[in-house]
Ligand binder design. Structure first.
Ligand SMILES: [Zn+2]
Length: 438
């Protein structure tokens, strides 16, 4: 069936940043067929016509780093230093396949309601998370964690590697899901495990994602043990490549940036999580000036408390402009670019998603302009970055399928998903309360 959407302002996010103030978009099945000025559309044979009511129509937002299994951790130990080792690692013992599954469904619902159509995940029980992703109809790269101690889904250190031997081939070739390997960080894996993970990713031709240059103690560890930065170390052991999505990259030297550029490694920039935890502001301007692809990430719901990218776009503008002491450092269009086509490049999917062009997949969102906070609009990019919030997302399409209509999930009940998660969280909640009281 062909669908025409009209009466919308379209931000194509193509390489010329073409804008159609009174635009139309036609898609059929999974693909975009046409996009342009409505005045130039003479006739059409679309079976369905949707009036966009002056919404801003743009590509779906892309969250390049998150942990969808971690909804149960949200708002726990938010102001505690070293929260990772104090709360997250101990509580992950109580993570179960059911909890990961229901958490993922909830997180994906939350993202879709906020206009996120694609995401990159790293967690445990990724097979269950893949089932949830398939059920919720989202586009994703799903990375199974590899770490140097036994975890909730493996009894051995680096057991994630064995998990991947089954998980990756099982989901290879799926239309929306790309399986991946996710070593937790360079300092939480042996050299041998990192090399094996990189080799396996190459063998299966899948992405690999990990946290890099995020923690002070990570930097100190590599300085002390190897007289290197984590990026230098990863280059040294032949880990880096264009298939690597490195999250955070806060503490980079000029040499690190040159290394990331040389290997065409992608970067998931998590401004909200990084500044909430007082870790610093990654040198995104320098990375981009050196041709490194950067996308936005929220990090997990416990790190940034939200999975929406409107908040991240705003934080990005505020922090980077302040750090650079330059109000004009990032025009709003550049920030929307990072959240859309930038993320698509990080995912290695810029040929399919990230901009609205004929032949690309119909992943797009419509942001209404009727709410109080959306008037007036002089610059639609600025309206998205500075005025809009996730609650303005009205309709969401993924691969040509409408997943959100009029701010509601089309095929699922948010309250039922929430109830399922709540029911599954009982033991986890007890353990979290016990830890918090210590
Ligand atoms: Zn993370």
């Amino acid at each position: 069936m062909k669908t025409l959407i009209k009466n919308v302002l379209i931000l194509t996010m193509d390489e010329h940043l073409t804008v159609y103030p009174n635009g139309y978009l036609i898609f059929e099945n999974t693909d975009i067929l046409a996009v342009g000025n409505l005045s130039e559309l003479d006739k059409h044979d679309c079976q369905q016509v949707i009036d966009g009511n002056r919404a801003i129509l743009l590509p779906g937002l892309i969250n390049t780093h998150t942990h969808v299994g971690m909804i149960p951790f949200r708002s726990l130990g938010d102001d505690v230093p070293d929260r990772l080792r104090r709360f997250l690692f101990p509580l992950e013992k109580y993570m179960t396949p059911e909890l990961a599954y229901y958490s993922a469904k909830y997180a994906i619902a939350e993202m879709q309601l906020a206009g996120v159509t694609s995401f990159v995940d790293m967690y445990y029980f990724e097979d269950d998370i893949a089932r949830a992703t398939e059920k919720m109809f989202a586009r994703a790269i799903l990375g199974e964690t590899v770490i140097d101690f036994p975890t909730c889904d493996t009894t051995e250190a680096h057991g994630g590697l064995n998990y991947c031997r089954h998980f990756v081939p099982k989901w290879l070739g799926h239309e929306l899901i790309t399986p991946a390997i996710a070593p937790h960080a360079p300092n939480t894996n042996s050299k041998k495990a990192l090399i094996e993970a990189a080799k396996m990713a190459e063998q299966f031709n899948v992405p690999i994602t990990l946290h890099v240059a995020e923690m002070d103690y990570e930097m100190a560890h590599f300085a002390k043990e190897y007289n290197q930065t984590p990026v230098e170390y990863l280059a040294d052991i032949n880990f880096l490549s264009e298939r690597v999505i490195a999250a955070h990259c806060i503490h980079l030297t000029e040499k690190d940036i040159a290394i990331l550029q040389r290997y065409q490694t992608k970067v998931a920039h998590c401004i909200g999580a990084n500044t909430k935890s007082a870790k610093g502001v990654a040198p995104v301007k320098e990375m981009q000036a050196n041709g490194i692809d950067v996308g936005l990430g929220t990090d997990g719901p416990s790190s940034g408390n939200t999975l929406d990218l409107f908040s991240q776009m705003k934080l990005f503008a505020n922090f980077h402009k302040t750090t650079l002491c330059d109000r004009s450092a990032y025009p709003a269009s550049e920030i929307v670019k990072i959240a859309t086509i930038g993320g698509a490049k990080v995912m290695g999917m810029a040929n399919k998603i990230g901009s609205l062009q004929p032949g690309k997949k119909a992943d797009f969102i419509m942001v209404e302009t009727q709410s109080a906070n959306m008037f007036p609009i002089f610059d639609p990019y600025a309206a998205l970055v500075y005025s809009a919030n996730a609650a303005n997302v009205q309709h969401v399409f993924i691969n040509g399928v409408e997943v959100v209509r009029n701010k509601q999930l089309c095929h699922h009940s948010l309250s039922a998903i929430r109830q399922d998660l709540d029911d599954t969280m009982q033991e986890f909640r007890r353990q979290a309360a016990r830890l918090a009281a210590q």
